[in-house]
Design a protein around this ligand. Sequence first.
Ligand SMILES: Nc1ncnc2c1ncn2[C@@H]1O[C@H](COP(=O)(O)OP(=O)(O)OP(=O)(O)O)[C@@H](O)[C@H]1O
Ligand SMILES: [Mg+2]
Length: 490
Amino acid sequence: MAFTRQSRTHDPIVAESPVPTPGESDSFLWLLVASDEEAVRELVRTEATRVGVHVRAAPNASQALGLLDRQPIDLLVIDLATPSFHGVEFVKRMREEHPEITIAVITDFGHDDAAREALAAGAAESVSRPFEEADLRAKLDRLARTLALDRENRVLREQLGSRPGFGLMVGVSPRMQEVYRRIEKAARSLSPVLILGETGTGKELVARSIHFHGPRKNAPFVPVDCTGLVSTLVESELFGYVKGAFTGALQSKRGLIEAASGGTLFLDEVGELPMEMQAKLLRVLQEREVRPVGATTTASVDLRVVAATNRDLQREVERGSFRQDLFYRLNVVPIRLPPLRERKSDIPLMANHFLERLAGDGRSAAVFSEDAIQRLVSYDWPGNVRELENAVARALALNSGPLLHIGDLPTNLQAPAAARLPLDEDQITLAELERRAIFRALRKTRGDKVAAARLLGIGKTTLYRKLKEYGELGADAEPEHSLPAPSPAP
Ligand SMILES: Nc1ncnc2c1ncn2[C@@H]1O[C@H](COP(=O)(O)OP(=O)(O)OP(=O)(O)O)[C@@H](O)[C@H]1O
Ligand SMILES: [Mg+2]
């Protein structure tokens, strides 16, 4: 089975044994096993092939180096017991000469020091001899998945250049491209913008993007959270006050509106603004001047106003809780941010972006497993991007290894997506197609799993494993016709 750039499958359901076609072979993952022991080379070859990796083998250092010169290798498995490698020296040399190659080492049982030294020198994994086949396969599988994901991300980044989105915003879906076009257009003018969208969709980021792409990018961007304004203080906060205007006003203070003069005033959650403040704000926008509390004169202000709300302001207007004249003044250029469930194709990119950002150094040591990515994509995200960001942070905090699994995700994401809405046709993944094929077969056979497996052309065990992954079977469920349990050792 192959790890291709476009798709990677890992299960016999979709393709039994891929034959690399010319020109396509560079999209496969290649492993080089270097060992003087034929049995070791064969075992690694068998297990690696099972997890979809293509294998080359070399019995000594000089042949290994020759091969490395001729062909790109993704994963190098070095048997440290082979004399020509001089132990960990070869690992160090490879790290220097081929830093792009992931290295795994094979050590003899009990040689923990050698394994530790190799890991310290930059090997990603160690396997000890005598081999547990399952352990070897699991480790190769993990490395291969990580490599495939890395490669996918790299390809994605190369395709997108340094801007997989717009300004601070990540996402390249058609819906977001439309948003970016509107931001760019809005940024060029000074017309008021009203950003509409559910909670967590990125309204504040849009507001900042408008400011920082416009002619006023060097002037202040002043956010005002209209929900956070204590109603008795709203006026003085927004408009400022003069000394002695009220008890405690020991000094004159500029309000937020004046502070934003020359730049952008961002009225966040403007739908929460109390009625009497709406009237006063309207006056500021119309007259372009503020009068601080207690002042007898006004100060002129030059404002670019961007407002945001997760409410349906039009309806608030109809209900009489939001002033129609203010609504018209704010809603000159509306920008509607789609909820995350309507731009699911951006989820993998965003999830990886958050991983890298949370890792701090711009390069995350952890990646999501394919299953986890599928789960992220199939979930509906009522809390939108903010919820996704939190889920990634949680997975990163809880994970035990470099690969983040479904089990690392918040519990509400761990339930399978069986009952959820189908994805758009163009967003269907191989895994989703497979899942649908399985459930269709089960419906056809009225739940007879053995018959369904036959219909699908796969083994019962594979079907059971898949169903377990989907959460359709308990973790301990066994095929009805599984192999007899091994008899106890004599
Ligand atoms: N396209 C995006 N790319 C990267 N990060 C994003 C994107 N959209 C939103 N975020 C992140 O998601 C979080 C929520 O975004 P933001 O605060 O802008 O949303 P909001 O619509 O203002 O939410 P709320 O209604 O809860 O105030 C922030 O941490 C933000 O950085
Ligand atoms: Mg907000």
